[in-house]
Design a protein around this ligand. Structure first.
Ligand SMILES: Cc1cc2nc3c(=O)[nH]c(=O)nc-3n(C[C@H](O)[C@H](O)[C@H](O)COP(=O)(O)O)c2cc1C
Length: 199
C-alpha cells in the first residue's frame, strides 16, 4: 500500500470556506483537470466525461445564475439561508462543472443493447471517479473544494450562458479556492461493520 496515496486520500475533505485566491496558477488548475479527465477510467473506455473550468467573472456568473434560479422557487423565508450558502461558493476562485456526454452514452446503448440500462449508471459512476480525482488532486495542491448539485435546475441557463454542447448533461459543480477554515473532525462508523474479509 502506497503511503503517499492514502495520505492524499485522507487529505481530501469538503471545504466550504474558500476565498478568491489560489495557491496554484490557472495553468496548473487546467492541467490537473486535463490529467484527471485523461486518466480516470470510464465504462468500455467510452471517455464520456467532460469538464468545464470556470474562473474569475465566469465563476461569479455561475453562482449568480444559481442564486437567481433558486430565488424563483425557494420560499422567501428560506431563501436567506440559501443565498448565504451560494455566496460562500461564489466567494471561491473557480468552479469545475462536471458533464457526461449523452451522445456517447446513447451510442453505447445502441451498440451494446444487452447493457443498455447500465450505461447511464456507469456514466454517472465514471463522473464520480473523475470528480474524486480532481477533488483529491486539488487538495494535494492546497486548494479547498466541495461538491454541489444544483443540476438540473440550472442546466438550461448554464448551457446557454457558457455555450455548452446540447448533449452534455450536467452532473455536479465543484467550487474551489484557498482554504479559509479547515474542516472539522469527521466521525467514522465502525470499520468492522463496513468491510468484511471472507477467506
Ligand atoms: C456523491 C456525493 C454527493 C455529494 N453531494 C453533496 C452536495 O450536493 N452538497 C454538499 O455540500 N456536499 C455534497 N457531498 C459531500 C459530502 O457531504 C461529504 O463528502 C461527506 O459529508 C464527507 O465529508 P468530507 O468530504 O469532508 O470527507 C457529496 C458527496 C458525494 C460523495
Amino acid at each position: 500500500m502506497s503511503k503517499t496515496f492514502f495520505e492524499a486520500v485522507k487529505g481530501r475533505r469538503s471545504i466550504y470556506a474558500i476565498s478568491k485566491e489560489s495557491p496554484i496558477s490557472d495553468e496548473q488548475i487546467q492541467k490537473i483537470v486535463e490529467e484527471a479527465v485523461l486518466h480516470s477510467p470510464t465504462s468500455f473506455n467510452s471517455q464520456s466525461s467532460r469538464a468545464v473550468v470556470l474562473l474569475g467573472e465566469q465563476h461569479d456568473k455561475l453562482w449568480d445564475i444559481t442564486a437567481e434560479t433558486l430565488r424563483k422557487i425557494v420560499p422567501t423565508e428560506q431563501f436567506e439561508g440559501t443565498a448565504q450558502k451560494l455566496s460562500s461558493f461564489k466567494a471561491g476562485y473557480g468552479t469545475v462543472l462536471f458533464y457526461e456526454d449523452q451522445a456517447v452514452v446513447k451510442h453505447l446503448q445502441e451498440n451494446f443493447a444487452l447493457y443498455a440500462e447500465n450505461f447511464p449508471i456507469w456514466s454517472n459512476q465514471s463522473s464520480g471517479i473523475l470528480q474524486y480525482v480532481v477533488w483529491t488532486a486539488f487538495a494535494e495542491e492546497g486548494l479547498g473544494a466541495s461538491l454541489q448539485h444544483y443540476n438540473p435546475l440550472i442546466d438550461d441557463e448554464v448551457k446557454e450562458t457558457f455555450g455548452i454542447a446540447a448533449d452534455w448533461k450536467l452532473i455536479a459543480q465543484m467550487p474551489f479556492g484557498n482554504i479559509l477554515t479547515p474542516p472539522g473532525e469527521k466521525e467514522f462508523q465502525p470499520i468492522e461493520e463496513r468491510v468484511k474479509v471472507i477467506k
